[in-house]
Design a binder for this molecule. Structure first.
Ligand code: HEC
Ligand code: HEC
Length: 324
């Protein structure tokens, strides 16, 4: 946010400078240049919003502070990688994975990758060297994103401070082809479109896909997501000092979000716009839901997600969020 404000301040001064210079000397060249900077700024801002508040890229690809609720990103580590995802946290992960360094560092990050190579990793799960990424990196979902949203994320990643951090290689207990057989068969993304914002349900579905609400909230059965019970919750995440089960967020009235008003739903996210919310019961209760990220989503986008979640088939599944 601070970065955005600083950026906005720079932009305002650029615009002001452009205004005055165009008044003073009618410099059409400068005006054209500033128009270009303005459109670039909008692309990077969109990428920043998606990567930090919807798609949770930066959340998974930075170091996290789990002494605070939901483990917000430790400032200064944005995109540098190193966060661990393993089977002590979630049974369904067959080994140890590390959030990779996605800063523009040439040696240890993706500084030397072309836009197409980055896009291929994000949407097809194929690394620059041809390896298949483990699908905890939600490329199956990102494959459904509109091309301009994807490109805005790539543009934003290029603006991250390069961090020199060599992230360890994963150790998988099964061949990657068992985890995800056919990344190359994923669709091309060129014709993907973002639904109009006025279609709240469709637009909310798009955002939920990008935010990957389904993976954590859909029950894993023998390592596979049981989509017949989509969003019914109950996956256990072990955070060392405490455990947490993903909630039932289907429209079931007794065990899901059926009785939740829009206001209550919004509040689940918006309370984390305040620093104080992160000190809630530190160490005793915690969550893996990237609340510090989602809290920065616009009210409109959160409302759209709510509208979509109302249409999700009700599944009865009583979940104890914080098991003893
Ligand atoms: C749930 C956590 C998670 C989210 C969300 C996530 N990633 Fe990843 N990402 C990973 C993990 C873990 C890997 C490494 C997987 C492996 O080693 O098989 C990875 C790998 C990558 C790679 C390959 C880098 C390399 O050196 O191999 C890129 C690029 C990448 N992610 C970009 C992104 C972008 C951009 C987003 C958001 C649009 C994103 N990721 C969202 C966890 C995540
Ligand atoms: C990394 C895993 C993860 C992701 C991704 C995730 N959640 Fe959650 N969610 C959880 C867990 C665990 C809980 C239970 C603890 C808590 O309330 O934070 C939870 C709780 C909730 C609750 C509170 C329900 C209740 O009964 O109190 C709502 C609402 C919710 N999630 C909605 C969403 C939506 C919408 C998305 C996508 C925008 C999402 N979640 C993404 C793990 C996740």
């Amino acid at each position: 946010m601070k970065k955005l404000i600083a950026f906005a301040a720079i932009c305002i001064s650029i615009i002001a400078a452009a205004y005055f210079s165009s008044c003073n000397n009618q410099d059409a060249g400068t005006e054209a240049k500033n128009r270009k900077e303005d459109s670039l700024r909008k692309v990077v801002e969109r990428g920043d919003y998606l990567a930090n508040h919807v798609a949770a890229c930066i959340h998974c690809h930075s170091k996290r502070d789990f002494s605070k609720y939901s483990g917000p990103v430790i400032p200064g580590t944005e995109g540098g990688g190193g966060d661990v995802f393993d089977n002590t946290i979630l049974d369904a992960i067959p080994g140890t994975l590390y959030g990779k360094n996605i800063t523009p560092d040439n040696e240890t990050g993706i500084g030397s990758w072309t836009d197409d190579e980055i896009l291929r990793a994000i949407t097809h799960g194929i690394r620059k060297n041809g390896d298949t990424l483990f699908p905890i990196m939600p490329y199956v979902n990102f494959n459904k994103m509109a091309k301009d949203d994807l490109l805005s994320i790539v543009a934003y990643l290029r603006t991250l401070k390069p961090i020199n951090n060599k992230v360890k290689d994963r150790q998988l207990m099964i061949p990657i082809s068992m985890a995800y057989p056919a990344p190359a068969l994923q669709n091309a993304v060129d014709n993907n479109v973002r639904p109009p914002e006025s279609d709240m349900v469709k637009y909310g579905e798009y955002l939920s896909t990008v935010a990957d609400c389904a993976t954590c909230h859909t029950p894993f059965v023998k390592g596979q997501l049981d989509f017949a019970r989509a969003y019914a919750g109950g996956n256990t995440f072990n955070l060392g000092e405490c455990r947490v089960n993903s909630a039932n967020i289907t429209s079931d009235s007794a065990t899901g979000l059926g009785t939740w008003t829009e206001e209550r739903f919004m509040n689940k996210f918006t309370v984390y716009r305040d620093e104080k919310a992160y000190n809630f019961n530190p160490g005793k209760q915690n969550t893996v839901m990237p609340l510090s990220d989602y809290a920065g989503m616009t009210d409109y986008d959160l409302k759209a997600i709510y509208a979509y979640m109302r249409t999700v088939k009700a599944v009865s599944n009583q979940v104890e969020k914080f098991p003893k």
